[in-house]
Design a protein around this ligand. Structure first.
Ligand code: ZN
Length: 76
């Protein structure tokens, strides 16, 4: 099991990475970088990214030798 913090996950923009508490203009909507997202999707995506970064970091040290690190940024 991998524990990942959910802190600020629903208020961090998935496009620019900026923490934007005022981007939730209505319940369930996150608006930033001229884009509108479902706030739950923002939270889930950020938690997934944290998990992937956390597991990739530990895997690259103990298992993967000579491979490139997996990119942590996804563009939409
Ligand atoms: Zn943004």
């Amino acid at each position: 099991m991998v524990k990942v913090s959910e802190r600020n996950s629903s208020t961090t923009c998935i496009v620019c990475g900026e923490r934007a508490e005022d981007a939730r203009i209505k319940r369930g909507l996150f608006v930033h970088c001229d884009k509108v997202f479902n706030a739950d999707i923002i939270g889930a995506y950020n938690i997934l990214q944290r998990y992937l970064r956390q597991t990739a970091a530990s895997a690259s040290v103990s298992v993967v030798v000579g491979a490139l690190a997996r990119p942590a940024v996804t563009r939409f």
